[in-house]
Design a protein around this ligand. Structure first.
Ligand code: ADP
Ligand code: ADP
Length: 228
């Protein structure tokens, strides 16, 4: 599904963020990228949806080279969830979720119905939350809206960068559990960045462990990484 070969990124100031990276993510798989701060995880993620251009190597989604695709079209097929969810503050929850389908030309009534289904799916009762504004939600709830919004365009791929990083540990565990169930149901392919090895092992079908200098140290199932 996603295939990186010999991917490298050196920033303009000479910082080598990612080096010679090979990575494969199968359809429906959840792969976690884990490692200490500054090891190149976010850079890797952003190269997949072309927020950052690689300086070497190739990245393919479904056999298509992402650098040959129009970035705007590409990003419509890729959901992106970051720690600071970035909901539109002056739009109701339901309108935040409808943004992408509406841009894609889905009729409003249909997009609204879908948005409400997605809110249900992420554990937010639409009758209660659809009409609220983002500031009327807790951090955990805003994060759920972010996930619903990312799923609204029926993305082939969901990229998540520390999606549960901004919420307290108890809420985080609950969101992780719910996310696993949801991913199972939706069957979307996920690449998730975290600095928390426990989170990576809990969530990942496979875990890519980054070492300093943006090199991949290990890439295996949690069971094998933990020697079980
Ligand atoms: P991680 O997500 O693992 O914390 P990043 O991918 O954000 O790591 O960063 C990898 C390296 O690239 C770090 O050394 C970081 O300081 C550097 N870096 C990130 N963005 C830029 C940038 N825009 N310009 C220069 N260096 C950057
Ligand atoms: P979570 O566990 O999802 O982070 P919280 O414990 O922070 O939730 O919030 C508990 C309840 O308080 C939620 O039902 C949420 O809707 C409500 N709430 C939180 N912040 C606000 C707010 N600014 N305005 C209205 N309701 C709020």
């Amino acid at each position: 599904m996603i295939r990186l070969r010999g991917v490298g990124k050196t920033y303009d100031d000479g910082t080598v963020a990612v080096q010679d990276l090979d990575l494969d993510v199968a359809r429906g798989e959840l792969v976690c990228l884990v490692g200490p701060s500054g090891c190149g995880k976010s850079t890797t993620l952003k190269m997949v949806n072309r927020l950052i251009e690689p300086t070497s190597g190739t990245i393919e989604i479904d056999g298509e080279d992402v650098t040959r695709q129009d970035p705007v079209q590409l990003r419509r097929r890729i959901g992106y969830v970051i720690q600071q969810v970035g909901l539109f503050p002056h739009q109701k929850v339901v309108d935040n979720v409808m943004t992408v389908p509406t841009l894609q030309g889905v009729p409003r009534a249909k997009a609204r119905e879908r948005a409400r289904d997605l809110l249900e799916l992420v554990g937010l009762d639409p009758a209660r939350y659809a009409g609220r504004y983002p500031h009327q939600l807790s951090g955990g709830q805003q994060q759920r809206v972010g996930v619903a919004r990312a799923l609204a365009g029926d993305p082939a791929v969901l990229l998540m960068d520390e999606p549960f990083g901004a919420v307290d540990p108890v809420v985080r565990l609950r969101l992780q559990d719910e996310f696993l169930r949801l991913q199972d149901e939706v069957g979307v392919t996920v690449v998730l960045v975290t600095h928390d090895i426990d989170e990576a092992v809990r969530l990942g079908d496979r875990v890519a462990v980054f070492a300093g200098g943006g090199r991949l140290a290990q890439f295996d199932t949690p069971a094998r990484l933990l020697g079980r």
